[in-house]
Design a protein around this ligand. Structure first.
Ligand code: PLP
Length: 219
């Protein structure tokens, strides 16, 4: 575990300090998550509500950790998601946002939200198309219980680096345009995983989501 702590601490030290490193811990053991914590990580990203529920309980003593949902959220899990996560980064439809807003009100919570946007069509990925996002903005901005903070982007996996960079740059421009033309303060850009975080940083990511580069290959 000391190797793991060193590796993660070195990675963290290689990233600009103002950038939030969300350690993606799907399938990662509790022990490895404690190592990440020891290396200074304070943000965990999970893609499944049930897995996060078990892990939050097992790590309840780590009270200064922020939990991020980064995977597609089914509407029947929305209530648990509001209870478990501080950030929901994978809000991919107006309907889901409206549901989360209602549930947040019932639970007196104010989750931080990223809108997942699909800048190139990708049959494997959820997300607002750019057109859908512009259409939904007035209604999204009117949801009182959600703190909508930014965009989350997952480029298609098979792109050339130059194309991936373009996707990230497009996301940055889109967030800036939305800030100017709507009442949403989208100052967060969650983009970049183990293979492309350098490109994401180049394009202005404020949060990166590395998994394998921290913990090794997933089983
Ligand atoms: C799995 C996952 C990651 C981390 O991917 P790695 O390739 O392991 O860095 C980041 N973001 C999302 C949305 C994921 O599902």
């Amino acid at each position: 575990m000391t190797d793991l702590i060193d590796r993660i601490a070195q990675f963290r030290a290689s990233i600009p300090p103002q950038v939030r490193v969300i350690a993606v811990t799907k399938t990662v053991s509790i022990e490895a998550m404690r190592a990440a914590y020891a290396a200074g990580i304070r943000d965990f990203g999970e893609n499944r509500v049930q897995e996060a529920e078990v892990k939050r309980a097992a790590l309840a003593d780590l009270t200064d950790v922020t939990w991020h949902l980064i995977g597609h959220l089914q509407s029947n899990k929305a209530k648990s998601a509001i209870e478990l996560f501080d950030w929901i980064q994978s809000v991919d439809s107006l309907k889901l946002a409206q549901r989360l807003d209602r549930l947040a009100q019932e639970q007196n919570r104010h989750p931080q939200i990223c809108l997942q946007v699909k800048l190139l069509s990708d049959p494997n990925k959820a997300g607002f198309s750019v057109e859908e996002l512009w259409q939904a903005l007035p209604q999204l901005a009117a949801l009182p219980n959600l703190q909508i903070r930014g965009l989350m982007v997952i480029p298609p996996l098979d792109l050339e680096p130059s194309e991936t960079l373009k996707v990230f740059q497009h996301a940055k421009e889109l967030a800036e345009k939305i800030q100017i033309q709507s009442h949403l303060q989208l100052d967060q850009l969650s983009m970049g995983m183990s293979d492309d975080y350098g490109l994401a940083l180049q394009a202005g990511a404020t949060m990166i989501r590395p998994g394998r580069i921290l913990f090794g290959a997933r089983r």
